[in-house]
Ligand binder design. Structure first.
Ligand SMILES: [Fe+2]
Length: 289
């Protein structure tokens, strides 16, 4: 195709009829690559801006993100399209098939992700603490809080994560604890790194920790993510930006708490989780990690 700019690297070696064929093949390859190319960050950012603008005009705007947020590409294919299945007889029967756990199943060691192996993991050691509250601000005690995260290099200890950042033999990246009577939880871990993903060209997730709150039954589970303050990747991330309400987005970001930092040991981040009501912590639209 004469309208396709030649590859600069090839242009110095393509001359005559044979070169014309080579150029044509290269151009065709470029066209095929363009057809299957990931969208650019510019396009994704424009889609995010349009979605935010539309949400801002909606008089009945919900703080909850749409389940099929187009800039987050895979959500278009895997969001629920049908209403939840009704359990006709005994809704509580569903709990008979759910996992169960008891207080003795969760130990203090489970909340320290830096002590699960024979050595210290690499990275910036942090304490993440907060409270689980209901809509009235009352503490929710006895909640199973589970976390999972990438290591300091931005790599998950998971076979699906093959991006070329180092694994850390001293870090698995999973932990859990139960909230105490004041609804408080506390983890010791390392700050996760940002990592690339294939939503679009040059897509990077801001550093985050995945949280699951179990309640007292399987059907009460809330899955969400905690972010770190001041991350420059926030505006580029369609998962965080799928929460179109700026105030609701802000509630997903932890606060640096110098009083929670431990001298010579760790930096402190505080993040409270509100289970419902106007100040609720929103669920996580990301479901494949
Ligand atoms: Fe993640």
């Amino acid at each position: 195709m004469t309208t396709t700019a030649p590859d600069p690297a090839a242009s110095t070696t393509t001359h005559g009829p044979a070169a014309s064929t080579a150029t044509h093949e290269q151009a065709t390859a470029h066209e095929q690559a363009a057809a299957t190319a990931l969208p650019t960050q510019r396009r994704i950012s424009a889609e995010i801006a349009a979605a935010h603008e539309a949400a801002g005009r909606d008089p009945v705007r919900s703080p909850h993100p749409p389940r099929d947020f187009a800039p987050y590409r895979s959500s278009a294919l895997r969001h629920p399209r049908l209403p939840p299945v009704r359990v006709p007889a005994d809704p509580e029967a569903a709990e008979l098939y759910g996992p169960v756990f008891g207080r003795t199943d969760v130990t203090d060691l489970d909340a320290d992700l830096t002590r699960q192996h024979t050595g210290e993991p690499l990275g910036e050691r942090i304490t993440v603490a907060g409270r689980v509250l209901d809509r009235a601000g009352r503490p929710v005690a006895g909640q199973l809080v589970e976390i999972w995260q990438a290591n300091a290099s931005g790599r998950y200890a998971h076979q699906r994560d093959q991006h070329p950042a180092p694994l850390d033999p001293h870090f698995t990246g999973v932990g859990r604890c139960l909230t105490d009577r004041q609804g408080a939880y506390r983890f010791t871990t390392v700050k996760p790194g940002a990592y690339p993903w294939r939503n679009h060209e040059n897509a990077w997730r801001p550093a985050h920790i995945h949280f699951s709150l179990f309640g007292t039954a399987f059907t009460q589970r809330l899955v969400t993510q905690m972010y770190f303050p001041g991350d420059p990747l926030f505006p580029y991330d369609p998962i965080l930006q799928s929460v179109t309400d700026p105030a609701a987005r802000e509630r997903l970001v932890a606060t640096y708490d110098h009083g929670l930092s431990t001298p010579e040991w760790s930096l402190g981040y505080r993040w409270d989780i509100v289970l419902d009501g106007p100040a609720a912590t929103l669920p996580d639209p990301e479901e494949d990690r």
